[in-house]
Design a protein around this ligand. Structure first.
Ligand code: HEM
Length: 446
């Protein structure tokens, strides 16, 4: 067999469907065309979507020199810079990843337990009673404060404040969204606005460089933040990272480190609030920890871990990952030509009935009873490009959700069935998950 079936739509229509309703479009194509199908993305080329776990294993476990991941992320280059881990391939990617990895070890991540716990408590206790609001922006605040502190350390300087504001302004800019959809549409059509956007990006860069330069001028400080780790890092030849490399990686971690987690948390709150039995079991476990528990105790709950996995299974915020093939290769019985993109569909893989019993049901217990293989359950992708922040994201999600369950009583408000909508590179719940805080408090801890 050469190429898998394609939908009977023009390339423009396919791209539009993909951009505007990614989950639904994937489902429709799989129902009509089978587990493997090809999509023709405007300006990007042919992507072959795989949901069969053996084929996914062939791709993610395959030779990284054949399956490139960075090519598909090229659209992020004007924002993150050419040295971003997301854009590198081969030896450079391996080197850079090795330099970044120590920042995400178990010990480093666990050191943030109390910060996550404290920030979440502060934010959720500031929510007004009986007034509907979107919970996603609050989740973004938690994730944002955490990643800024992880990257630069705990000081609250004026420059750090300006840096946070500049970063938030760039991410929230509609033009940035537009630019991600199509760089050309963003650049040419927007004219004057585009120039303003670029000026915003330049300001952000200047602030990051100022942080790097100030720190470089200091000597011998083992502060434990990511910037300190990168300044001290040496590759196998004993070479330090270039100033530009550090800048691009910091920006990459700031961007990847909070957007996906905040979106996944917004989905998580939706699932918990719409599943009374799960909500009650998780809440009981959290309350049983007593009024003065730590973030680490919250994170040690097996049930909460299962809840987080189930959230990431049903609503993976990155529903598809991509590998551009560099030479002719066979995957899942199909021949892919150089330049084509092999796309493991996380969303579809997580709904395979032969792997997940009652796949549409939100049922965390499935993760208590058995383990799934890395090519069956893969919310963080896989192989040499697996998400570098996976451990941090899991830890953060458990503590944030556990802290909410212990401290506030929420109900869903507005739409009951949320629609998946695109937000930057993630798929978010429509309306940012509208909730309302009720007066009945769960726990009166410190
Ligand atoms: C729930 C939260 C998150 C989800 C669902 C998620 C998901 C993913 C996925 C699917 C990939 C692509 C993997 C592949 O192509 O095989 C990825 C890559 C990446 N993620 Fe995450 N991520 C999350 C949180 C984070 C956090 C907290 C950080 C950092 C602080 C982070 C940093 C990165 C980086 C740097 C890459 C690129 C890795 C590489 O190319 O080597 N992510 N993530």
């Amino acid at each position: 067999m050469s190429l898998p079936p394609r939908p009977e739509l023009s390339s423009v229509q396919q791209t539009l469907q993909w951009m505007t309703r990614p989950y639904g479009f994937l489902e429709e194509c799989a129902a009509g065309l089978g587990e493997t199908f090809a999509l023709d993305f405007r300006g990007y080329g042919v992507g072959v979507i795989f949901s069969n776990s053996e084929a996914i294993q062939e791709i993610l476990g395959g030779d990284p020199e054949v399956f490139w991941a960075g090519a598909g992320n090229g659209i992020l280059k004007p924002f993150l810079g050419e040295n971003s881990l997301l854009l590198l391939e081969g030896e450079r990617h391996r080197r850079e990843r090795k330099l970044l990895m120590p920042s995400f070890g178990r010990g480093r991540v666990q050191a943030y337990g109390e910060l996550i716990h404290r920030v979440t408590r502060e934010i959720c206790r500031s929510w007004a009673f009986d007034e509907p609001f979107a919970v996603r922006p609050s989740m973004q605040k938690v994730a944002f404060r955490l990643i800024i502190e992880m990257v630069f350390g705990p000081e609250r300087t004026e420059r750090r404040r300006r840096l946070s504001l500049a970063f938030a302004a760039v991410l929230d800019d509609e033009l940035f969204n537009l630019a991600l959809l199509s760089q050309r549409a963003g650049g040419e059509a927007a004219g004057q606005r585009w120039a303003q956007f670029v000026a915003q990006l330049d300001e952000l860069s200047a602030l990051i460089y100022a942080e790097i330069d100030e720190r470089r001028a200091m000597v011998n400080q083992d502060r434990g933040d990511i910037l300190a780790v990168l300044l001290e890092a040496r590759d196998e030849e004993g070479q330090p990272m270039l100033r530009e490399e550090i800048h691009d990686e910091l920006l990459t971690l700031m961007a990847t480190g909070h957007e996906s987690t905040a979106t996944a948390l917004a989905w998580g709150i939706y699932w918990l609030l719409s599943s009374p039995e799960v909500y009650e079991r998780a809440r009981r476990e959290m309350v049983a920890l007593g009024p003065e528990c730590t973030g680490a105790q919250i994170a040690s709950s097996d049930y909460l871990e299962a809840v987080v996995k189930e959230i990431l299974r049903l609503t993976p915020v990155i529903p598809v990952i991509a590998r551009q093939v560099q030479r002719q290769v066979r995957v899942g019985g199909f021949t892919l030509e150089p330049g084509m993109v092999a796309m493991p569909a996380i969303y579809l893989a997580h709904r395979r009935a032969e792997v997940f019993e009652e796949p549409e049901r939100f049922w965390p217990e499935r993760f208590l009873d058995r383990t799934y293989r890395s090519h069956q359950f893969l919310p963080f992708g896989g192989g040499v490009r697996r998400c570098i922040g996976a451990r941090l994201a899991m830890y953060e999600m458990k503590i944030v959700l556990g802290t909410l369950l212990r401290n506030v009583h929420l109900e869903l408000a507005g739409e009951r069935a949320l629609r998946p909508v695109r937000r930057l590179v993630t798929i978010a719940p429509s309306g940012g998950t509208q909730v309302v805080r009720r007066r009945e408090e769960v726990m009166a801890g410190p």
